[in-house]
Design a protein around this ligand. Sequence first.
Ligand code: MG
Ligand code: MG
Length: 260
Amino acid sequence: MIHYKTKEEIELLRLSSLLVGRTLAIVAREIKPGITTAAIDKVAETFIMDNGGKPAFKGYRGFPGTLCVSPNSQIVHGIPGKYVLQDGDIISVDCGVLMNGFYGDSAFTFPVGNVKPEILKLLRVTKESLYKGIEKAIAGGRLGDISEAVQFHAESNGFSIVRELVGHGVGKSLHEDPEVPNYGRKGSGPKLAEGLVIAIEPMVNMGKRNVRQERDGWTITTADGLPSAHFEHTIAVGKESADILSSFVEIEQILEEQSR
Ligand code: MG
Ligand code: MG
């Protein structure tokens, strides 16, 4: 069942989602060769707690971290730990926050130091796919419009879409109906209406779309070992355009500063 949100509830979802965006910006400052994923996780946890939120993933079905940190061929759900970031890596960081009874959920894939141009293209195209999907999150459309837009952009750039994992509704639960696949046909699926709040989260592989579950019970990696990227926003379906509740603005400012 889909829970449609009131305007007041959407403002609470925005506060949670913006705290996720600010947390990912703090993470952006930490990411560099030599740091462990556990150290990044600690910084994020402290920042969320200091700002009145609760890490949403910690303890979720027993997940041990505040962040999901997934370098290189890891797609999602990587566990923070001893891994030391290397020059040329990419790392997907997924963050969720609970505040005032509502969740926020957003993810960004960061380059670490000097990353090969073809891998930077994977990051760019995955993020563009997310925004192509968001452009279709308009009342009166269908959920499949979002799915198709994401899939078309990723695949027409020569990449593949992970199908085993999907986006989702966001509200008083971290994962609500409807599921938001990153592949599909336009004109299909549930009708989009104001009050629908969803996380759109393309996971795009450089090689084949097939995935593998690692023995830790969490980490999902590419079956062919090639890199994968993941970008996610929590958004509210709008009348003329979607309202993006999370934000990459601060993250992108930091990346811009670092590249100068
Ligand atoms: Mg997420
Ligand atoms: Mg999500």
